[in-house]
Design a protein around this ligand. Structure first.
Ligand code: NAD
Length: 249
């Protein structure tokens, strides 16, 4: 493993354009479970609560679960070593950006500046009628569903539900990154969610080297991955960061 990490570091050092593509797995060590897999949230909750059509007709019911998942679990989570190393890599000039499928805001909390949130962000809520945005810290989650102060309309978390399109700006910038990249570091993604999974695939088609970090093989591992660093995001990125920052030349 250490040899592979050193190989990855050498590639990153030589690369003019490296970006990271992150999925739910990077936040597991922060205490946020992924949706899929053995300990995934979909074993406990019905994914229907995040289907736009169902949500619009069942606000009250859906909000009970949405509050529990996204505003009780998520709000206590803090960035882990993996988020912190990626932020440090950006600061030191080794990483241009992060394309994340996550909605937990942890990359920003770790200090990353260029983050393309492919699926939006749970820390914001919006009124579907007047478009006003609210920060989750302004909301009293004892009274759900939360309502817009302007028109009393029910607020929706500002991440995409099943059946909604990708935010256009994040979509455009993510694929622009993928086309330019020389290296893409995939962290903690099954690769099952489309169109997000097309981002690293586009990078590969455009000649990028793919480094993947995940304790389990994903749909990327045997298709586009060049260097597979098997392990937990925090542990592997901590080692990679230590090696990269202590051997910068
Ligand atoms: P996923 O839930 O489909 O898969 C998670 C992946 O993480 C798996 O491949 C698993 O092997 C890996 N993993 C588990 N523990 C890990 C660890 N410690 N380090 C590294 N990898 C680890 O995730 P996905 O492919 O990202 O798709 C789910 C979708 O659900 C995402 O698009 C995202 O929008 C959303 N989601 C977000 C969050 C969040 O914001 N933290 C949490 C759950 C789901």
């Amino acid at each position: 493993m250490d040899i592979l990490i050193k190989e990855a570091v050498d590639i990153i050092k030589k690369s003019e354009f490296t970006f990271a593509f992150t999925g739910a797995g990077i936040s597991v060590e922060s205490g946020i479970p992924p949706f899929r897999g053995k300990h995934g949230l979909w074993n406990k909750y019905d994914p229907k609560i995040l289907e736009l059509g169902y949500y619009l007709n069942n606000h009250e019911k859906c909000w009970v679960h949405i509050r529990e998942i996204f505003y009780d679990f998520f709000s206590d989570a803090k960035p882990n070593d993996a988020h912190i190393v990626l932020a440090e890599m950006e600061k030191k000039g080794y990483l241009k950006s992060i394309v994340t499928q996550n909605i937990d805001n942890l990359h920003y909390e770790a200090g990353s500046k260029v983050v393309h949130e492919f699926h939006g962000n749970a820390k914001k809520l919006k009124c579907l009628k007047c478009g006003t945005h609210y920060n989750s810290s302004e909301i009293d989650f004892n009274n759900i569903p939360p309502r817009c102060k302007n028109d009393g309309e029910i607020l929706k978390p500002d991440f995409i539900f099943f059946g909604e399109g990708i935010p256009p700006d994040a979509y455009k910038k993510s694929f622009a990154n993928a086309e330019q990249a020389k290296v893409c570091i995939i962290v903690g993604s099954t690769g099952e969610v489309t169109p997000a999974s097309f981002v690293p695939r586009t990078a590969k088609q455009n000649g990028a080297i793919i480094i993947e970090i995940n304790p389990e093989e994903s749909m990327f591992t045997n298709t586009i991955t060049d260097i597979y660093l098997k392990g937990r995001a925090g542990e592997v990125l901590k080692k990679l960061g230590d090696y990269l920052f202590n051997n910068p030349a």
